[in-house]
Design a protein around this ligand. Structure first.
Ligand code: NCD
Ligand code: ZN
Length: 357
């Protein structure tokens, strides 16, 4: 990595946690990710979740068909864990190189998670197989009990479910996705090298106040929900610490404006259009630009046992104003809107388009 006060050139990064959606949305989501990321772990929570190898292969083809000509992008597919899933399906998909990992959503914890898991014990046979074949388990780590405060959901999940799960499966590779609390940071930091966490750009920039700034602001509503300032500070410290257990995963999760604005607005922040620029700003503010490359481009592939990317990308110190909307074309006549993270703000870094050859 090469950086001066005006320019950073780093190995091309990957996004280890991404929602690309499907259908009309794919052109926009894939383009905004592939413009900077070489690979991405694609979450399986479609309206009909990805629970078979065939469904993953066909979704991967739709993603590749939506990748702009001239952009090299590899979607890394995941399986959606249900209580009915057979271990053989996971094993077959993993051994064939279709599934890179499997995602655990506690039932009703987030978007399209109704078919997720209510009783973790019911998937022990899946976890046993995953542990023995070295297939990573990606976890949405929140409890959904109504008697648990929404801001405590992650911490209670770790205590109540993750710790016992890791006692049952000590050799299982686990990524605790999109961590939001100092307790999660501490937990991952002090666990074995089999446990890692992704950190999103939005959880590094906003705390829970952003959702209530002058009114109810659904653009800043995501799950797990942003927490108090001290948690944001702990996440910034973790991301910029140079520790290999923390790496980049945007959790970019677009929902059309109309669905965000409804009286029961969807959770998710669409951050992929300026993701690397957003992370760079944090690393610069923390005086850690020299650690951005490892966080964005090295620790993820090392955890997953994949080669590092060969290409590089360059950010230059040039202000850019983030647009209020990104359009999704429905057909020739109609388009709908997505609000990108940082809408209306000025970012200090700008990506020179496309990876360096
Ligand atoms: C994600 C989505 O919309 O798919 N939403 C979010 O707020 N992060 C799901 C998830 O990762 O929880
Ligand atoms: Zn997600």
């Amino acid at each position: 990595m090469n950086h001066s006060p005006e320019r950073i050139t780093l190995r091309q990064p990957d996004d280890w946690h991404l929602h690309l959606r499907d259908g009309d949305m794919l052109n926009v989501t894939v383009m905004n990710t592939a413009r900077v990321f070489r690979r991405a772990v694609v979450m399986p929570n479609l309206t009909v979740p990805i629970t078979t190898v065939e469904a993953a292969v066909s979704y991967r083809k739709r993603i590749l068909d939506s990748t702009p000509v001239g952009m090299a992008f590899t979607p890394l597919m995941t399986a959606y864990i249900t209580s009915n899933l057979c271990p053989e399906v996971l094993e077959k998909g993993f051994r064939n190189g279709v599934f890179i990992a499997a995602k655990l959503y506690p039932a009703n914890s987030t978007t399209n998670s109704a078919q997720g898991v209510s009783d973790l014990r019911s998937i022990d046979s899946l976890l046993e197989t995953m542990e023995s074949i070295g297939m990573p388990l990606l976890i949405h780590g929140e409890v959904v009990d109504r008697d648990v405060d929404v801001f405590d959901r992650e911490v209670v999940f770790i205590e109540r479910h993750l710790v016992p799960l890791l006692v049952r499966f000590p050799r299982l590779k686990v990524v605790l996705e999109h961590i939001t609390t100092e307790q999660a940071v501490e937990f991952v930091d002090t666990s074995s090298s089999k446990i890692a966490a992704t950190i999103t750009p939005h959880h590094l920039h906003i705390n829970r106040n952003a959702m209530f700034d002058g009114g109810l602001r659904s653009d800043f509503f995501c799950l797990p929900v942003a927490k108090r300032e001290r948690h944001r500070l702990a996440l910034r410290k973790a991301a910029t610490s140079g520790k290999a257990c923390f790496f980049l995963g945007t959790d970019s999760a677009p929902h059309l404006r109309a669905f965000k604005e409804s009286s029961c607005g969807c959770a998710g922040i669409f951050n992929s259009p300026y993701a690397l620029e957003s992370y760079a700003e944090v690393f610069e503010q923390e005086g850690a630009l020299d650690r951005l490359e490892a966080f964005a481009s090295e620790y993820g592939p090392v955890f997953y046992g994949l080669p590092l990317n060969e290409q590089s990308v360059t950010l230059i110190k040039q202000n850019q104003v983030v647009p209020d909307f990104v359009e999704v074309l429905r057909n020739e006549q109609t388009s709908e809107k997505l609000v990108p993270f940082h809408a209306g703000e000025t970012l200090r870094w700008t990506l020179l388009m496309g990876p360096n050859k």
